[in-house]
Design a protein. Structure first.
Length: 341
């Protein structure tokens, strides 16, 4: 008896149906986009680079995944939420350079391609791309029987953007007494889930909504700020992901003291502290603890930046300041009194 590819576990027709469905349901950011020369369905996608408004355009690239949160997405069949995580982890990184996203590609791999699950995932990707003004230009769906069990799957995201080099943000702009403006996270985002799954294993269902809330997308409000008169006062930015508040150290000079002020850590994160017995320093370097993004802002404009985000409906607060110390060989993080234990 002959064994064909489908009998070995790979359904080519299902893959073709998924591609056809995606073509028929394009992201709004794809429709009539003059920069897309060729997109989904071919062997490669072409995107026209037309940056006449920039003095020195630089392409910016990012890639990421969603970690072991993927296990909960499978368990609860919450594919759309984890798809937003995937897009957010890339585009939120990208805007730290002051770049605007141009296009996104996804990689989705599974043991058996279940069309409805894959459509739900790609719908989440499409919607998150729309929210980030980013074209969904291509991707890859891989059906690999024997590599994954049950309904398990994995995903990765890839994004390309552009920034005018003369307007790029980074540590070279950071000054003494710059203020740290934090944007609130929507929850746990998609970091620390190997720990979270252990801590909430006995009452996982009760915590499903908090655990599955997708990563906030910061692209629109941040880029709107950078297009305003306050642009010059924004010196650097950090996406608070794995490593927690320590991510700020990645965007400041080595001779910098990072002076953190206490903020109201949301109850879900304090529950993690209670269940795990983690110290504040360990908690803050494991999870975002309510802060998803930080902007390093000139001291004289910090209040105006806070007012801008308030007007945009984004929760923002001052979480500290920077001090130059030439004796330091690497950034030093100073936590609030009582948070060093």
């Amino acid at each position: 008896m002959a064994i064909d590819y489908k009998k070995s576990g790979v359904d080519i027709e299902a893959g073709d149906q998924l591609v056809d469905w995606l073509k028929q349901n394009p992201a709004k950011t794809n429709i009539n986009n003059p920069n897309i020369v060729s997109g989904i369905g071919g062997f490669a996608s072409l995107f026209k680079a037309d940056f006449k408004d920039m003095e020195s355009p630089c392409l910016v690239s990012c890639t990421d995944g969603v970690g072991t949160k993927i296990k909960l997405a499978t368990q609860f069949k919450r594919y759309r939420e984890v798809a937003q995580d995937l897009v957010a982890m890339c585009v939120n990184d990208m805007i730290c350079a002051g770049a605007r996203p141009l296009f996104f590609l996804d990689y989705y791999s599974c043991g058996k391609l279940i069309l409805e699950d894959a459509k739900e995932f790609l719908t989440g990707v499409r919607l998150a791309c729309e929210e980030s003004d980013c074209a969904l230009i291509g991707g890859e769906t891989a059906e690999m029987p024997g590599m994954y069990s049950g309904g398990d799957f994995d995903c990765a995201g890839f994004s390309v953007g552009v920034v005018d080099q003369v307007k790029a943000k980074g540590k070279y702009l950071v000054e003494d007494d710059d203020q740290l403006i934090a944007l609130a996270s929507s929850g746990f985002h998609s970091n620390g889930f190997s720990l979270l799954r252990k801590l909430f294993s006995d009452d996982l269902e009760d915590w499903q909504e908090q655990l599955m809330t997708p990563t906030a997308l910061y692209v629109k409000p941040v880029l709107k700020l950078l297009d305003s008169d306050l642009d010059y006062s924004i010196h650097a930015m950090a996406h608070i992901t794995g490593g927690g508040i320590k991510n700020i150290a990645r965007v400041v000079p080595d001779s910098t003291q990072i002076n953190i002020k206490a903020w109201d850590i949301p109850p879900a994160f304090m529950e993690v502290k209670k269940r795990s017995g983690l110290s504040y320093p360990k908690l803050l370097e494991t999870l975002n603890c309510g802060i998803g993004y930080v902007l390093v802002v000139g001291a004289d404009k910090a209040d105006q930046v806070l007012q801008f985000f308030k007007t945009e409906g984004v929760q923002a607060f001052n979480v500290g300041s920077l001090t130059n110390d030439i004796s330091l060989s690497s950034p030093k993080l100073n936590l609030p009194e009582g948070w060093n234990e």
